[in-house]
Structures are given as C-alpha cells and as structure tokens.
Ligand binder design. Structure first.
Ligand code: NAD
Ligand code: AHE
Ligand code: ZN
Length: 368
C-alpha cells in the first residue's frame, strides 16, 4: 500500500513529504493507521545529526497513537480496530530484561530497531525501490506504519488520539521518571532542569507524588507561567544567578532530595547532581546528550551519598503501564491538553520543528 510520510533524507535538512510504499505486516507484526503524533526533542536530536544511531533516509517520529488496520500471522493480542500507542520501548514479557523486573528496557528487538529495521532485518518502507529506514521502531511521521505486536500498547477506544499520542513519549517519560525511577515520596524537594515537553511532565509527576518544594530551572523565562500551573513552587533562571548550584542548595535547605535533568546538556547534568542533598540526594538523567559528550563530577559527590541514575521512557513497561496512563488522563488525574500548544497538518511538520527550536512550543502535534 501507499502511505504519506515525512522523510528525513539527511542530517540538518528539513523533512520532505513523500508517498512511500509500505509492505504489509509479516509474522508478529501489525499495520497501524497513525492518527496523530507529537514532535519530541529526540526527533530533533536525531535529525540534527548528533545521534550516534541516527541513520538516513528514515521516517522519524516516536510519539504516536492510532488504529490497528491489519495483523500478520501469529499476532494474538491485537485485532483490526484496536486503538494503540506504538512503543519505542517494547515489552515482550519473555526476555531476560523483562523477566528481571529490574528494568523496563526490553531487549527483544533492540538491535534491529537501532538499525532502522524490523526484527527480520528488513524495512517495510521504500520509495521507487529504495528502502527507507524505520526509526525507534515506530516512525510515527508516517500515516501508516508496520511495527511488532510487542511494541504496541492497546488503549481504550474513547481516548482522543491528538492528546494521548503524547503518552507515547513525553508524558510517560516525565511522570514515570518521578514515580517509577526515582519513587519520589511526599514532602521531598524536587528540582527540574529544563521545563519543556519532558520537564513539565516531571513537575506534574512531582505534584502527584506530593513533593514539597518543586523548583524549576530554565533559561527561557516564558516557561515559568506554565510550570507554575503544573505545580512548580519556585523558578530559577540560571542567567540571574552567579552559581545555580549554590542558589538551589540555599533554596532547598541543603539540596534537592531528587533532581531531574530534562535538557540533554552535560553541564546541567553535573549541576543537577551537585545540587542534590549530601547523604541521599538522587539525580535522574532523562536528557539525551550528543554523540561524544561525557559527564563529569568529583567522585567525592558520590562518596558523600549523592546518587546518579538514568531513566528511559520513565521506567514504564509500555504494554502494562501506558493503558493506565491513558486512564489517568481520561479520569482527569493528569493534564495533557494544556501542554499541546500547537496542532499542525503533516505538510507543516517542519514548522513544528522550528517552533521547538525557537522555544515557542511545548508540544506540537501533527494530526493526520
Ligand atoms: P524541549 O526542547 O521541549 O525542552 C528543553 C527545555 O530545556 C527548554 O525549555 C529549554 O529552554 C531548556 N534549556 C535548554 N538549555 C538549557 C540550559 N542550559 N539551562 C536551562 N534550561 C535549558 O525538549 P523535551 O522534548 O522536553 O526533551 C528534553 C530532553 O529529554 C531531550 O534531551 C530529549 O532528547 C530527552 N528525552 C529523553 C527521554 C528518555 O526516555 N530518557 C524521553 C524523551 C525525551
Ligand atoms: N540513539 C541514542 C539513544 C537515545 C536515547 O537514549 N533514547 C531514549 C529515548 S528518548 C525518547 O525521546 C531511550 O529509550 N534510550 C534507551 C535505548 O535503548 O535507546 C543515542 O544517543 O545513541
Ligand atoms: Zn521522545
């Protein structure tokens, strides 16, 4: 069949809209009509050329929602008509990682996913016979996709696609990092570096967890009002402080119980660790740093009890946890609507990237 898709031909170039050929689902795969997709900073990171796994030409996008149209042989958990959110972190429930119960990082298809291919080592997308690569196993910048059954969360059918698509990455990443990775307890002081599409969901998660002070740090003063609406109690702009770590330590009576880096900058990663409370403060890295970048701190920071951690997809086990987050949204326990600042048709997808680069949007959603 044919599918309209935004193709990334090479790093740093705008996407172009193409009519691609899409092969049907093979064993264990499903065909999904994507109804809406968010644009996450990770798409921009890969498009920029900074992702060591970034391959071109590819169909980017990993924050979608849609409807199953067809299923391949052996698919048992999904049928045509089911509403789904594609998962860049699948959940096979059989691999060593899934069975460990210690991580959400299912590795069943990670190798081929990182090479832009389906688990059998081939791509379902092509243009005039030239294969076009998948991305993160999801490629939600295409109106139709093929993906493995284990990489689909089945969700309730009354949830609107143009908001719950954000649960495919940003909402789950931010809220999950607080409740599943850090396990923030009531009264804890939380510091959030970067108040974009991820950081604002960390703030929303911290509020849900009953955090005490919730301190937001961002260079963009426009982020303050929105962050306060989601539960931030104090805002710090690093431009207004000689030493941001000292400012945080002073504000939090000795340091953060939990900090979250939601930028992808190795300098702020160090600050996020070093602003943590001596003896127990934990810093969670969510931001994705460019190829070649490394983090540094004095080991003394760890010797004296601070803990450095990371979180991917909020520690969520997608097929199990994503449907629950959709329920939270439908029950008005979490707010997604206010974070979606722009809706665009596919042909304007590059505008969505420009809005992100300019700091004008929180989330832009492409509606097919
Ligand atoms: P975004 O562009 O919406 O937000 C980034 C925010 O950081 C902006 O508000 C910007 O003003 C602020 N910022 C930039 N530089 C800063 C600095 N030096 N000091 C203070 N603030 C600064 O991006 P996003 O979609 O929220 O993504 C944030 C990061 O999280 C990215 O690196 C993205 O790749 C990563 N991410 C990781 C996961 C994961 O599973 N680990 C999931 C999604 C996104
Ligand atoms: N290819 C990148 C990896 C980037 C990365 O860390 N991705 C996160 C999700 S970001 C979503 O917006 C993730 O899930 N990581 C775990 C994994 O297995 O990729 C690089 O830098 O190499
Ligand atoms: Zn993302």
């Amino acid at each position: 069949m044919k599918t309209r898709a935004a193709v990334a031909w090479q790093a740093g170039q705008p996407l172009t809209i193409e009519e691609l050929d899409l092969e049907g689902p093979r064993a264990g795969e499903v065909l999904v009509e994507i109804k809406a997709t968010g644009i996450c900073h990770t798409d921009e990171y890969t498009l920029s050329g900074a992702d060591p796994e970034g391959l071109f030409p590819a169909v980017l996008g990993h924050e979608g929602a849609g409807i199953v149209v067809d299923v391949g042989p052996g698919v048992s958990s999904l049928k045509p008509g089911d509403h789904v959110i594609p998962l860049y972190t699948p959940e096979c429930r059989q691999c060593k990682f899934c069975l460990s119960r210690k991580t959400n990082l299912c590795q069943a298809i990670r190798l081929t996913q990182g090479r832009g291919l389906m688990p059998d080592g081939t791509s379902r997308f092509s243009l005039k016979g030239q294969p076009i690569l998948h991305y993160m196993g999801t490629s939600t910048f295409s109106n139709y996709i093929v993906a493995p059954e284990i990489a689909m969360a089945k969700i309730r059918s009354d949830a609107p696609f143009d908001t719950v698509c954000y649960i495919g990455c940003g909402v789950t990443t931010g809220i999950g990092a607080v409740i599943w990775t850090a396990k923030v307890e009531p009264g804890a002081n939380v510091v959030v570096f970067g108040l974009g599409g991820i950081g604002l969901n960390v703030i929303q998660g911290a509020k849900m967890a009953g955090a005490g002070k919730i301190v937001g740090v961002d260079l963009n003063p426009k982020r303050e009002a929105m962050a306060r609406r989601f539960g931030m109690t104090h805002f710090l702009n690093p431009k207004e402080h000689e030493n941001i770590v000292d400012a945080i330590v002073q504000l939090t009576d000795g340091g953060a119980d939990y900090s979250f880096e939601c930028i992808g900058n190795t300098t702020t990663m160090r600050q996020a660790l070093e602003c943590c409370h001596k003896g127990w403060g934990q810093s969670v890295i969510i931001g994705v740093a460019e190829a070649g970048k490394e983090i540094a701190t004095r080991p003394f920071q760890l010797v004296t009890g601070r803990v450095w951690k990371g979180s991917a997809f909020g520690g969520a086990r997608g097929r199990t946890d994503v449907p629950k987050i959709v329920d939270w949204y439908m029950e008005h326990k979490i707010n997604i609507d206010d974070l979606i600042t722009h809706r665009l048709p596919l042909q304007d997808i590059n505008k969505g990237f420009e809005l992100m680069r300019a700091g004008e949007s929180i989330r832009s959603v492409v509606v097919y």
